[in-house]
Design a protein around this ligand. Structure first.
Ligand SMILES: [Zn+2]
Length: 507
């Protein structure tokens, strides 16, 4: 009876996961391994059996193994993008070519306070229609705030409303969210105070989650915003992921050493603080984000905001439904074309956007390289894109290869093993994922094979969708999803919850 039961179980399992039916194994030979820990590259063979890595070392492939000769290539754990905006993109493009082409094998959505809702049906839909990449979702603070306060959100929340936000956060964690994200610089959350965020974050902490935040100000007041963030982490007893660390206005340029010193001090005093950084000196957002005082039609305020962001040539319109003629041009260029001032041009674009109930998308070239470099060289800073499927910023299709090609090979800011650690085990650590993010026997076979001599991004501000080169093969849960410039069609990604528990994979 027992044997029959075992056979039945195996059969059911094999049908659900056809890869087990064959138990085929593949050995990758002749690659150099960057194992994700930061250890130096080493030569070893690696066997994939089913979903997982089953052997690493100097062994010979057996007769039943398929063999993949990876001479000249580096084999690394799949890249984990902890800040990714593919929520809508995954519906229309589950193959996620622009993501997998970069070596991304897991992506976390729901950043900046804005998440799908409710969480469980969204996760179930993703399970039914899997993607080529693994997914996990954050609960969004602004999403929850809007649910509780409706349209009447331009004020402090009452204690009852704050309690409701905490309850909804706890519920989201229960349904499979992995933490709470916030975007305190953005409209809905900008009216929240620190106490409100602490209460919601504490509810996420109780569910085993972490707090990922786009802080209240990334420009003139970025130091105050950093202090608030650290306070939230301390009071809510929650690990912090600082989203897209940057110093984004002229007044704070070159101050990365001071910023880093505050963070190092907090870390020394027990605050579990990690950050991510995209490899560009330009951000992408809505046109209103440059005005913390929200005085969009006050010319003195607008003039100051444009100057703070590096001047009218530093702000480029990337998306504007009411008038596509603006797209691709800077505020300075548009002012000339329409025979007006950059300040008036800004106010006009905001007005035209408001009238159509939309907001222009912009890219702001307002960071400096030495700050980006200083952040990248911190051991607690990981790589994340802040991009995703369909991103109008080149980071959406270029982030990971750009770090490997530009920051490792060309500029030599960081070593290759360290860059890989920042793409794999460091995000895995923040996520609490124990069986992804390193090359270790028993881990899931999320793998990237790339050519360290050629890997580079090709997406630019003019052509943001160009795919990178040098990422040769990508495996997700043991299946080949990207092969020499093409998606294979495999959609072997799973949905992951707190501590990396997979929904849809039994073992
Ligand atoms: Zn953000």
């Amino acid at each position: 009876m027992r044997l029959r039961f075992a056979i039945a179980v195996f059969f059911a399992f094999a049908c659900a996961f056809p890869v087990f039916a064959q138990q085929s194994s593949l050995v990758i030979i002749n690659a150099r391994l960057a194992d994700g820990t930061g250890a130096p590259l080493r030569k070893a063979n690696l066997r994939i059996t089913g979903l997982r890595i089953s052997r690493i070392g100097n062994f010979r492939p057996s007769k039943t193994d398929k063999v993949l000769d990876a001479k000249g290539l580096v084999l690394a754990p799949g890249f984990i993008d902890i800040h990714n905006h593919s929520t809508e993109g995954l519906d229309s493009d589950p193959l996620a070519e622009s993501q997998i082409a970069q070596g991304i094998t897991s992506l976390i959505i729901g950043a900046d306070g804005d998440s799908p809702w409710p969480i469980l049906p969204w996760l179930e839909a993703r399970q039914k229609n899997p993607a080529s990449v693994n997914l996990a979702v954050m609960a969004g603070h602004a999403t929850i705030r809007s649910l509780v306060m409706g349209k009447d959100f331009q004020r402090r929340a009452t204690p009852e409303e704050i309690e409701k936000m905490a309850t909804l956060t706890a519920h989201a964690m229960h349904e499979g969210a992995i933490g709470l994200s916030s975007g305190l610089e953005y409209y809905v959350a900008s009216y929240s105070n620190t106490d409100e965020v602490v209460t919601a974050a504490a509810a996420a902490a109780k569910g085993g989650g972490f707090y990922m935040t786009h802080i209240r100000d990334e420009g003139n007041k970025s130091f105050e915003a950093l202090k608030e963030e650290i306070e939230i982490g301390k009071r809510a007893h929650i690990p912090i992921e600082h989203s897209h660390i940057k110093l984004g206005t002229v007044a704070v340029w070159h101050k990365a050493p001071d910023y880093i010193a505050i963070i190092n001090d907090a870390r020394k005093h027990g605050v579990d603080f990690l950050a991510d950084c995209y490899p560009y000196e330009a951000w992408a957002s809505g046109i209103k984000v440059i005005m913390p005082d929200k005085q969009y039609q006050n010319s003195a305020s607008v003039e100051k905001a444009i100057a703070d962001n590096g001047g009218p040539e530093s702000v480029t319109i990337t998306e504007f439904k009411p008038n596509s003629a603006y797209v691709g041009h800077t505020l300075g260029e548009l002012a000339k074309t329409y025979n007006t001032t950059p300040v008036e041009m800004y106010m006009r674009i905001v007005r035209e956007g408001d009238a159509a109930d939309t907001e222009a998308g912009v890219i702001g070239h307002s960071m400096v390289e030495d700050d980006v470099k200083a952040f990248y060289q911190q051991p607690w800073v990981m790589v994340a894109s802040d991009g995703g499927i369909g991103s109008e910023h080149p980071r959406g299709a270029g982030t990971f290869p750009r770090v490997l090609g530009l920051y490792v090979r060309e500029k030599k800011w960081i070593t290759l093993p360290e860059a890989i650690r920042k793409m794999t085990s460091l995000p895995a650590k923040r996520l609490g994922w124990k069986d992804r993010g390193t090359l270790r026997v028993g881990n899931f076979a999320d793998l990237v094979l790339f050519n360290p001599d050629t890997v580079i991004d090709r997406s630019t501000f003019e052509k943001p969708f160009e795919l990178p080169t040098g990422i040769e093969k990508v495996f997700v849960n043991g299946q080949l999803t990207w092969d020499s410039g093409h998606a294979t069609g495999a959609k072997s990604g799973v949905v992951l919850t707190v501590a990396g528990k997979a929904v849809g994979v039994a073992k």
